[in-house]
Write a protein that binds this ligand. Structure first.
Ligand SMILES: Nc1ncnc2c1ncn2[C@@H]1O[C@H](COP(=O)(O)OP(=O)(O)O)[C@@H](O)[C@H]1O
Ligand SMILES: [Mg+2]
Length: 445
């Protein structure tokens, strides 16, 4: 992409109403525009990152054996009356009446709809286990939408639902989700810590929230500092192996890590004092086993091997896809702007032409652009007729992790400059070497 032809409405001024850094940078970098309270248009740059995040979620879910589909945003109230949640949900649910006076709603989540799909088609234990998921817009009429995409009213969520014959099998599905979530967040450059969460009215131990540590997080969290040393990495996991998935769960959840909702001071104080940490966190996902709550209420039964009808065991598992943009920026920025992790960056590398219109410099930039593109990478070429300072400021603000700077002086010596956004360090090298370095960096992302 050439910046002269792109749509990147960068703001010079810091928007007054944005309280936290991710919101400010998303507005300033031309990623989002508020359409109304808690509802945003995704401008091209923001949309690109959103798609990258979605893509990682899709890939990791499918590796875990979970099946993608798509359910609508608008749902009929009748299903929610069956589960009893139509009245329980309260004001957060956006209720709509169609021209025939039918009660509809903009889905805040999809347990009812997916359970209805399941019961319409699945009759036998032989069709289990089954995990279906989708990535779809949700609406919750939050009283106080704030912090940009962090707490929106309309937001994009991955929500997945497992259907299993027994509690044991459903807990294996729970573990599969935990494993795939750990991997997904790490690919986005994030450390998201599974913390024991509140089971709500259903109770039970089987829910974890994933929290990214950040001062601006809405949850207060308490944890054993040893937990931040854990990384999942790119280890191969056999998602059908029950013991292997259970071992990952134990590895990542055996140390103390809880939100304020489940915090237990006495237990916390059993950790050596130097390892006790109190901090704030952003919830970027939650996994949940809830047994037969919906299957019993809605008659989602299957026939067992010996001919009995039993309600299926279910769980639901969510990732806050649009919130993740904010969380990543909160975790990775400096005073000049965003610093995208390689896994989610909207463009792989920026090319800055220091003397637009100079035939040799233009040709060198074009050659780098063409080689990178031919190798399957996406550069953003700043080919505008602007001062170098302005071009650097834009690149720093939008946060591409790598920049290649091309100017007449370097070209005379046969070099361009490769700069890391994260460290600020620059190296001079021939253009072909800069291209090779970029290729190598993204080979393992
Ligand atoms: N208002 C919102 N704006 C953006 N993302 C949200 C919002 N509400 C929830 N999410 C994201 O969706 C994920 C799954 O939602 P869920 O756990 O049902 O939400 P909650 O914990 O707020 O009830 C959350 O972990 C969070 O990342
Ligand atoms: Mg939650």
């Amino acid at each position: 992409m050439r910046l002269s032809r792109y749509f990147l409405p960068v703001l010079k001024e810091t928007p007054a109403d944005a309280q936290i850094v991710s919101h400010r940078y998303m507005l300033r970098a031309g990623m989002i525009k508020q359409a109304s309270a808690g509802i945003y248009s995704w401008l091209p740059l923001g949309y690109k990152v959103l798609k990258k995040i979605e893509n990682i979620v899709h890939e990791e879910q499918q590796k875990a054996g979970h099946i993608p589909m798509l359910m609508p945003t608008l749902q009929s109230a009748d299903l929610w009356r069956e589960s009893g949640r139509y009245d329980d949900y309260g004001q957060e649910m956006l209720r709509i009446t169609d021209r025939h006076d039918r009660d509809m709603l903009y889905g805040p989540t999809n347990e009812e709809l997916i359970t209805d799909i399941f019961r319409s088609y699945v009759r036998s234990y032989k069709d289990l286990p089954l995990t279906l998921y989708h990535i779809q817009w949700k609406f919750r009429d939050e009283i106080r939408p704030r912090f940009g995409v962090m707490r929106g009213r309309e937001f994009l969520m991955k929500d997945g639902y497992n259907f299993d014959l027994t509690k044991e099998e459903a807990l294996h599905a729970y573990n599969r989700h935990l494993v795939s979530y750990l991997r997904s967040y790490e690919r986005m450059g994030l450390q998201a810590i599974p913390m024991r969460a509140d089971g709500g009215p259903i109770g039970g131990d089987y829910t974890h929230e994933f929290l990214v540590l950040a001062e601006t997080g809405e949850s207060e969290v308490f944890y054993d500092s040893e937990i931040t040393d854990l990384t999942f990495g790119d280890r191969a996991v056999d998602f059908d192996n029950v013991a292997e998935c259970q071992a990952v769960l134990e590895e990542f959840t055996s140390r103390y890590a809880r939100t304020d909702e489940t915090h237990d001071e006495a237990l916390f104080n059993e950790i050596p004092e130097e390892r006790r940490r109190t901090a704030r966190g952003i919830e970027v996902g939650q996994i949940f086993y809830f047994g037969t709550k919906y299957s019993e209420a809605m008659g989602a039964n299957v026939q067992t091997a010996d001919g009995q009808q039993v309600p299926v065991h279910m769980g639901s598992h969510g990732i806050g896809v649009s919130r993740l943009l904010g969380a990543i920026i909160e975790a990775s920025h400096d005073d000049k702007g965003i610093i995208w992790p390689e896994g989610v960056t909207p463009f792989h590398v920026g090319i800055v032409n220091l003397r637009q219109g100079d035939a040799e410099t233009d040709a060198a930039c074009q050659a780098i652009y063409d080689s990178l593109t031919a190798l399957g990478l996406e550069p953003l070429y700043d080919d505008r007729d602007e001062r170098a300072g302005g071009k650097f400021a834009t690149m720093d603000l939008i946060g591409l992790p790598w920049r290649i700077t091309v100017g007449p002086r370097g070209l005379k010596n046969g070099v361009v400059e490769l700069t890391s956004r994260r460290t600020g360090e620059s190296e001079e090298m021939p253009a072909e070497d800069a291209v090779k370095r970029i290729v190598a960096i993204y080979e393992n992302v």
